[in-house]
Design a protein around this ligand. Structure first.
Ligand SMILES: O=C[C@H](O)COP(=O)(O)O
Length: 226
């Protein structure tokens, strides 16, 4: 497990102001808030900028994608070994915007384990979470696709679902951490996530498109448990 919990994840996706130097500026802002508040963050930059962010910051950096390939043939694939060599700590698997088959989810978790990357697998239901928990990922990201880039965080719209998800993991694979996402925008959403038993939460649009990411991240840092 390479991530330090609890944490708030900042996902750059492919928002235009997170390209290259813009992404580095956002990462530096995250690092500044970490240094000022002590709150843990994990940033997930755009793939071509991963090594830029690991070389220019001390942040925990995760990849938005990984492929279940081995060194050799596989043009265009994201090789787990190359991520590890770039100082990357983990990878997101099966995001709603970049789905995987169940077979590939299992293979990706195994390949991440082989090179020491944390595997974080997105699931959109408790049933899917239970199925993937059997593959022993480091973390499950419980996120409803319809909540993404809205202000309808599941932690306030359906808190009982988060509680049930956490209970399911505790009874099936307590080693696996639980992250909730989708529409997380405010310190209140973040506080609720931890009160409901999540180990981490995070956001993309609320930070990557914010007029003042520093201000928003500082508010959110105050909602993370000590
Ligand atoms: O990784 C991010 C999730 O898809 C949530 O996106 P969002 O924070 O823009 O709703």
């Amino acid at each position: 497990m390479t991530h330090t919990y609890p944490y708030f994840g900042v996902n750059f996706k492919v928002y235009p102001n997170t390209i290259g130097e813009g992404g580095l500026e956002l990462a530096k802002t995250v690092e500044r808030v970490h240094e000022e508040t002590g709150a843990n963050f994990v940033v997930t930059p755009q793939i071509p900028d991963l090594r830029l962010i690991t070389s220019e910051t001390d942040l925990t950096v995760s990849s938005p994608h990984v492929d279940p390939v081995s060194p050799g043939r596989g043009i265009g694939k994201v090789l787990p070994e190359t991520l590890a060599d770039a100082g990357i700590a983990g990878a997101t698997i099966n995001h709603a915007e970049n789905r995987d088959t169940l077979t590939d989810i299992a293979k990706k978790i195994d390949r991440c384990n082989e090179v020491g990357l944390d595997s974080s697998v997105c699931v959109d239901s408790i049933e899917m979470g239970e199925a993937v928990a059997a593959f022993d990922p480091d973390a499950l990201i419980y996120e409803k696709p319809e909540d993404i880039s809205t202000d309808r965080a599941i932690t306030t719209t359906h808190p009982e679902r988060v509680e049930r998800f956490v209970e399911m993991i505790e009874s099936t694979n307590p080693r696996t951490k639980v992250l909730v996402g989708g529409g997380i925008r405010t310190a209140e959403h973040v506080r609720a996530a931890f009160e409901l038993g999540a180990d981490a939460t995070g956001a993309a649009s609320a930070i990557s498109t914010a007029d003042d990411p520093y201000e928003r991240l500082t508010e959110i840092a105050g909602a993370l448990p000590e």
